[in-house]
Ligand binder design. Sequence first.
Ligand code: NAG
Ligand code: NAG
Ligand code: NAG
Length: 293
Amino acid sequence: MRCLLKSMFQLFLVYNCLFSTIGASTPTPTDTIAPGQTMKDGGTLVSAGGTYELGCFCPGKSKSRCLRIWYRNIATKTVVWVANREAPISGSSGVLNMTSQGTLLLSDGTNSIFWSSNVSRTPQNPMSQLLDSGNLVVKDGDDAVAGNIFCQSFDHPSNTLLQGMKLGRNFITGQDRILSSWKSADDPAQGDALFLIDLRGFPQIVVMKGNKIFFRAGSWNGLWFTGAPNMKSNDLFSFEFILNANEVFFTYEIPSSSIIFRVVVNQSGSPLQPWVWTDQTHSWFSSLQCGAG
Ligand SMILES: *[C@@H]1O[C@H](CO)[C@@H](O)[C@H](O)[C@H]1NC(C)=O
Ligand SMILES: *[C@@H]1O[C@H](CO)[C@@H](O)[C@H](O)[C@H]1NC(C)=O
Ligand SMILES: *[C@@H]1O[C@H](CO)[C@@H](O)[C@H](O)[C@H]1NC(C)=O
């Protein structure tokens, strides 16, 4: 966690022109799927600001295809979310569609369902949208505001915590948001490194791999975690830990829109890796790997 902040400082001066490189693509991309519409393998949704893209593709050498969300403007295809982690589709027959009840269905073109969104209530006017935060939502009507969101990918994280996502539990719905590593670089199925809020005793952030606990934040004193006193909000990275009768969660914000930042739980090496994109080298930089502890 100390490294995470350090990397933010080290990269403060890195100028990033991500948002100036958007554009010039045909045909005009869409960010929504409505009931009755389908998106075939090869098709994508692009968020309104052009930051994220959703579609099916195979990672690395794998032949299995999964529905993923990745950064649209980063040369290295970097995935931030995977729908059918445990049930990849072999071949390119994948189809995503939406039912009139507002359920997203990923099938292989036959009636075999490889993934579906789970809406507990039926929206009146369902619509699915990829938001510019990287969140794929099923919403009601035009606005993706809190009460209108029936289901969201941010509630079902894979290995990446983006800004605005909540790690932790909603006590009302029972929804638990836990990050888990991929099995390998080519296999997004759940591995054994986890990033979660441990609810035993006083709720606290924990990073573990198998039975081994790598990091325990200690209790929250309102400003910082007693086990990680160096991790404090600053101009580059601000975070919150909220514990009340309804929920407990950890979330963070990166105030500068020119910094592209993600936190990944990784099976190999250090289990919790903060990454910052640097345009100069066209690569992700992790201070943990550089030994800048
Ligand atoms: C959506 O996909 C499912 C599963 O393949 C299929 O049964 C259904 O007819 C499809 N709906 C539309 C509107 O294409
Ligand atoms: C859908 O959600 C309900 C509770 O809201 C749960 O019981 C059920 O197992 C979920 N189904 C899937 C496929 O996740
Ligand atoms: C996991 O860590 C290894 C070694 O640090 C790195 O090469 C790889 O890109 C990381 N994987 C992800 C998904 O970030």
